[in-house]
Design a protein around this ligand. Structure first.
Ligand SMILES: NC(=O)c1ccc[n+]([C@@H]2O[C@H](COP(=O)([O-])OP(=O)(O)OC[C@H]3O[C@@H](n4cnc5c(N)ncnc54)[C@H](OP(=O)(O)O)[C@@H]3O)[C@@H](O)[C@H]2O)c1
Length: 347
């Protein structure tokens, strides 16, 4: 096990914005990248990961035949950066990695806490991973900035009444998957229709709040309640990731606010803005804690955070924790405190 932990064989499935940044981080730290997997029919198939990620010397071809690539490369862990929710398509990707005997680490937001809703696929995947004695874990920016830093902060107070987060991230720092999810470029009417439709799934912060409650040791009284407000362009605004201009009056993105009430009387909430930025805007995560009378007790602000890059670095640093965790779906609530992975070295 210790060889695997120190120099695991790593495959990357999904080589969009996040997958490619993760490849750059792994390569710069001399990690052992053994396979790259792309969508069947992708024009990236057959090209080297080094060429796609802009890192010379990484001559591993991107392959569209996932099952065969996994059986040839025998990775210890597969990094999955494809989509957000644990739906049939994502289940297929995770389960083929698990059946190949590999652990899975993913940025899929639902996987931060796939048991926070009643998703039967989570139970199936959990059972499958246990049968194959491997671990499946979701991590990402939330791990440090929306969960672990906050639970440590809460651990320094003697009377916890509420935890309130406000944060912002730039759609343009990620790939088209997130721009579509944030409904960038749609009209206010289209957005309202979508909000009321069954297509609307739980928010990223929904999963993060349930994880935060678990890490602090709080018992949710029910599911987090969500409200969502559009952010409308006040002037024509360029969207780099979609390569288009968002016309005045259309959506730059939206703000989700989730609130979770707990048996212990502590109210947890997060407002998350994900939108195309205008000149001068930067990412932040800001947290305020109060006592049970509502008096402010603690304040934490991370300004100018490079959210996209911290997402990728966090995932890489979590690899040894996932490899040594028990089999099954294991959330970050069960993993050790997030740390820098000292086992990898820079050139
Ligand atoms: N937890 C976090 O902190 C965090 C942060 C950022 C992003 N994310 C999540 O990570 C995901 C990826 O984000 P991104 O910015 O990298 O998006 P992206 O640039 O759109 O990349 C997604 C990639 O997945 C590929 N793909 C689609 N189906 C596939 C399949 N069956 N097998 C292999 N690859 C497949 C796409 O290929 P094609 O382009 O060829 O279709 C694309 O390259 C998103 O769902 C996002 O929600 C999470």
């Amino acid at each position: 096990m210790s060889d695997i932990k120190e120099s695991p064989r790593i495959a990357v499935c999904g080589v969009g914005a996040m997958g490619l940044d993760i490849i750059r981080v792994l390569h710069s730290r001399h990690a052992n990248i053994v396979a790259g997997i792309v969508r069947p029919g992708s024009d990236k198939a057959g090209r080297h990961l080094g060429e796609l990620a802009g890192v010379p010397g990484l001559a591993v071809p991107a392959r569209a035949d996932a099952e065969r690539a996994l059986s040839d490369a025998r990775p210890d862990i597969v990094i999955v950066t494809v989509s957000t929710y644990l739906d049939d398509a994502q289940y297929e990707i995770f389960s083929s990695a698990v059946r190949a005997g590999a652990n899975v680490i993913t940025l899929a937001e639902e996987m931060l806490h796939p048991f926070a809703t009643d998703n039967g696929l989570a139970r199936e995947l959990d059972a499958l991973a246990k049968r194959h004695k491997v671990t499946v874990t979701g991590t990402g920016h939330q791990d440090a900035y929306w969960v672990n830093l906050i639970s440590v902060l809460a651990g320094s107070t003697h009377d916890l009444g509420s935890v309130t987060g406000r944060l912002s991230w730039n759609v343009d720092d990620f790939g088209p998957t997130l721009a579509e999810l944030q409904r960038v470029g749609t009209t206010a009417e289209e957005f309202t229709r979508w909000l009321g439709s069954a297509e609307r799934r739980p928010t990223f912060t929904y999963y993060a709040l349930h994880t935060l409650a678990e890490v602090i040791g709080l018992t949710p009284l029910g599911p987090a309640e969500t409200t969502t407000e559009p952010v409308i362009a006040q002037r024509d605004t360029h969207c780099g990731v979609l390569g288009t201009t968002i016309r005045q009056g259309r959506l730059l993105g939206y703000v989700d606010t989730d609130v979770l009430y707990t048996k212990e009387g502590v109210r947890l909430s997060i407002s998350s803005q994900g939108k195309v930025y205008e000149e001068g805007e930067t990412d932040y995560n800001e947290w305020n804690l109060t006592d049970s009378d509502g008096n402010p007790t603690l304040h934490l602000r991370n300004s100018d955070v490079q959210s996209a890059h911290t997402t990728c670095a966090t995932l890489v640093n979590r690899i040894p924790d996932v490899i040594t965790a028990r089999p099954g779906i294991v959330t970050i609530a069960e993993l050790p405190q997030l740390r820098y992975w000292t086992g990898l070295h820079h050139a």
